[in-house]
Design a protein around this ligand. Structure first.
Ligand SMILES: Cc1cc2nc3c(=O)[nH]c(=O)nc-3n(C[C@H](O)[C@H](O)[C@H](O)COP(=O)(O)OP(=O)(O)OC[C@H]3O[C@@H](n4cnc5c(N)ncnc54)[C@H](O)[C@@H]3O)c2cc1C
Ligand code: FES
Length: 561
C-alpha cells in the first residue's frame, strides 16, 4: 500500500510554574550537555552556553556605580563565582542569576519586560523579584540576591532563600482530586503549577510511558547525537514528585473515560476517580502501512524508550534512511550525521519544510544538510522495506541497516471521542482550555483552542505551547479563569542552524527575509504575512528580535480586550 506522508509534526497542525520548588528537589540545569551537536561550523548558542558559566564582568559584591546600569537595562557580572544579572528599573536595582534554568542561556541577552526577564533562546520568563519561572519552558526558578544601594553604588549581598510554595486548605467548591491524564509537557507543567499555586488536594498524574516526564525535544537533538546524557533527559527528579505529593503513575495506560461517573478506567482494570480532569494525551506518530514497516530496524521517535532503542540501534548501524523531511526527520538526520552515520532522507515534497517556513528557508535547510553529507531523495516516497533496503516508489532501492520514520503525528483523541467530548481534529476547548464537558480541561498537542491573534481555532504541536497550556489549565482548574493567549513559539536546531518561530502562520502569502539565513553572516528575521497581516516571525541568530516580536504580538492581543 502506498504511504501518505503527512504534515511535519510539531509545527502547525492545520488539518487538522512550574518547578518553582525547593532547591533540593530541583533537577540540575541542563546547560551545555543539552545543546545540539556540532560537527561543523560554529554554533553561536553553544559558544554562549559555554561562556554562561564563566563569571566575567564586574564583581557585584564589591559594588558598582549605579550609573553603570542604565535605566531599563541589564548588566552581567558575578558574586562569589556565580554569574549574576543586575536589572535596573528606575531607581530600583534587582539581582538574579544570569543563567536560564532551562538550557542555560545567558539571560543578559534576553529582554526586560516590566519586572520580568525573558530568555533569549526559548522565551521562558522569570520574575526579577521572586526568581519564579513564570512561563515555560523553564520549570525551575532562578536565584535572587539582596541588593543594597549606598552612596550612589550598588552592592549585591547574600543570596535570598527561595520561598517554597505554601499549601492552601481546600476551599468549598474546589476539586478534592485532580487527575491529569498524560505526563508529558502539558501534564507535567500542570501538576507542578497546581502545587506551586497552593493546591492541597490530591494530584494523580497518569502516563502510558514507562519513564518520567521527559524532555521530548531533546530526543531528536542532543540525546540522539550523543551530546546529552540519558540521565539528563527527564524533566524533574523523582524527589520532586514525592516532595510535592504528586502521585506520578507510570506505565499506567488509561482505557476509558467515564464523564458521568467522573472516573478513568485503566487498562489494568482499576479506576481513578476525579473531581477535575486534565486531558493531556499528546500525539502519536503516524505509522507506515507498507510491507516491512514492522521490521525491527524501523524506528519511531516519541518517547524516551523510543530514544533509547534508537540510540542502541544507531551504535551498530552505518547507513540510515530517514523517511520524512519534517523537523523531526531533519533533526534526526543531523544527529545521525553527528555520529558519522551515512544518511539518506526520503520525502514527497521537493523542498523540505517549504510549507511551514517558505521555499527559501527550506532550500537553505536542504543545502545545509547536503553540505553536512545528507543525500536527499525528494519527490518520491517509500513503497516497501526489507531487511537490507528501503524501496522507493520511483524504483530506487536504498540500502539501510536503520530506518527512522518521521512522517507526522496524530493527536491522541480516542478517549475524548469515545467519551463524547466535542472534537475537531483535536479536542475542542474554549479560551480557558475547558472542553465541552465542565470540569474537564485539555492542553497540549490534543487541544484545539480559539487563537485570538488569528481569530481561528488552532492546534499546534509545540513544546512551549503544551507546557504553557498545562500551566493555564491548572490555574483554571483552581478557578482562576485565565484566558490562554500566549503567542505560539517553537524552535528547531540542526547542525549549527537554529531557528526560533513566534506566532502562527498556517497559511501565508508573503515571506520577507531581512538579513542572511546563515548565522555566521549575522542571521535574519523572517516575517510571514497573509493579506498584508503579520502572522509570525522567525529569527536566526537574532534572539532579541524574536522576543520583541513576541511582545508585539502580545500587545496586539491585549488591545483586543
Ligand atoms: C523527537 C521530538 C522532538 C521535538 N522537538 C520539538 C522542538 O524542538 N520544539 C518544539 O516546540 N516541539 C518539539 N516537539 C514537540 C513537543 O514535544 C510536543 O509538542 C509536546 O511534547 C506535546 O506535549 P503534550 O503534553 O501535549 O504531549 P506529550 O508530551 O506527548 O505527552 C503525552 C502524555 O500522554 C500520555 N498518554 C497518552 N495516551 C495515554 C493513555 N491512554 N493513558 C495514559 N497516558 C497516556 C503519554 O504516555 C504521555 O505521558 C518534539 C517532539 C518530538 C517527539
Ligand atoms: S534556555 Fe532559556 S528558555 Fe531555553
Amino acid at each position: 500500500m502506498r504511504t501518505r506522508i503527512h504534515q511535519p509534526p510539531w509545527t502547525v497542525a492545520g488539518d487538522s510554574a512550574p518547578g518553582r520548588f525547593s532547591q533540593s528537589t530541583r533537577r540540575r540545569p541542563a546547560f551545555v550537555d543539552q545543546r545540539r551537536p556540532r560537527q561543523s561550523g560554529v554554533s553561536v548558542k553553544s559558544c554562549v552556553s559555554e561562556m554562561v558559566h564563566e563569571p566575567g564582568g564586574p564583581d557585584f559584591a564589591a559594588g558598582i556605580a549605579l550609573s553603570e546600569v542604565a535605566d531599563g537595562a541589564m548588566l552581567r557580572g558575578h558574586v562569589q563565582g556565580e554569574p549574576v544579572l543586575l536589572a535596573r528599573r528606575g531607581g530600583e536595582v534587582l539581582a538574579v542569576s544570569a543563567v536560564c534554568t532551562h538550557y542555560g542561556a545567558p539571560l543578559n541577552d534576553g529582554l526586560l519586560v516590566g519586572d520580568t526577564v525573558r530568555c533569549p533562546w526559548h522565551h521562558a520568563c522569570f520574575s526579577l523579584r521572586t526568581g519564579d519561572a513564570l512561563r515555560a519552558p523553564a520549570l525551575n526558578p532562578i536565584a535572587c540576591w539582596r541588593v543594597e544601594q549606598r552612596d550612589g553604588r550598588v552592592h549585591v549581598c547574600e543570596k535570598l532563600p527561595h520561598a517554597a510554595p505554601a499549601r492552601v486548605p481546600l476551599a468549598a467548591g474546589m476539586p478534592r482530586t485532580v487527575a491529569i491524564l498524560g505526563a508529558g509537557a502539558a501534564g507535567n507543567a500542570a501538576a507542578e503549577t497546581l502545587r506551586h499555586d497552593g493546591y492541597s488536594g490530591r494530584i494523580t498524574l497518569l502516563s502510558a510511558d514507562e519513564s518520567r516526564p521527559c524532555d521530548r525535544p531533546n530526543l531528536s537533538k542532543g540525546f540522539l547525537a550523543g551530546t546529552a546524557s540519558a540521565e539528563s533527559n527527564p524533566l524533574q527528579a523523582p524527589a520532586l514528585y514525592r516532595a510535592h505529593d504528586i502521585d506520578l503513575r507510570l506505565d499506567a495506560p488509561v482505557a476509558a473515560l467515564d464523564t458521568g461517573g467522573r472516573r478513568l478506567q485503566l487498562v489494568d482494570g482499576s479506576y481513578q476517580a476525579y473531581d477535575a480532569l486534565l486531558l493531556a494525551t499528546g500525539a502519536e506518530p503516524i505509522r507506515l502501512d507498507i510491507n516491512g514497516a514492522s521490521l525491527r530496524h524501523v524506528h519511531y521517535l516519541r518517547t524516551l524508550a523510543d530514544g533509547r532503542a534508537l540510540v542502541a540501534k544507531v551504535l551498530e548501524s552505518r547507513r540510515a534512511v530517514v523517511i520524512g523531511a519534517s523537523f523531526i526527520g531533519l533533526e534526526v538526520a543531523a544527529s545521525l550525521r553527528a555520529r558519522h552515520i551515512d544518511v539518506h532522507v526520503v520525502a514527497p515534497e521537493t523542498i523540505p519544510m517549504a510549507k511551514i517556513l517558505g521555499p527559501q528557508v527550506g532550500q537553505f535547510i536542504r543545502d545545509l544538510h547536503e553540505r553536512n553529507g545528507v543525500t536527499f531523495h525528494l519527490g518520491t516516497t517509500v513503497a516497501a522495506i526489507d531487511k537490507q533496503s528501503v524501496h522507493l516508489t520511483n524504483g530506487e532501492a536504498l540500502r539501510a541497516d536503520l530506518v527512522v520514520v518521521g512522517i507526522g503525528v496524530r493527536p491522541a483523541v480516542a478517549l475524548a471521542e469515545q467519551a463524547g467530548l466535542a472534537t475537531d481534529h483535536g479536542v475542542t476547548v474554549d479560551e480557558y482550555l475547558e472542553t465541552s464537558v465542565a470540569g474537564i480541561f485539555a492542553a497540549g498537542d490534543i487541544a484545539r483552542w480559539p487563537d485570538r491573534l488569528t481569530g481561528e481555532r488552532i492546534r499546534v504541536e509545540h513544546w512551549v505551547v503544551a507546557e504553557r497550556q498545562g500551566q493555564t489549565a491548572a490555574r483554571n482548574i483552581l478557578g482562576q479563569h485565565e484566558r490562554f493567549d500566549a503567542v505560539p513559539f517553537f524552535w528547531t536546531e540542526q547542525y549549527d542552524f537554529s531557528l526560533a518561530y513566534t506566532g502562527h502562520a498556517e497559511r501565508f502569502d508573503s515571506v520577507e527575509i531581512d538579513g542572511e539565513l546563515d548565522a555566521r553572516m549575522g542571521g535574519c528575521t523572517i516575517t510571514y504575512r497573509r493579506d498584508g497581516r503579520k502572522l509570525a516571525v522567525a529569527v536566526v541568530h537574532r534572539d532579541l528580535e524574536g522576543l520583541r516580536a513576541e511582545v508585539d504580538f502580545e500587545r496586539a492581543i491585549a488591545s483586543m480586550q
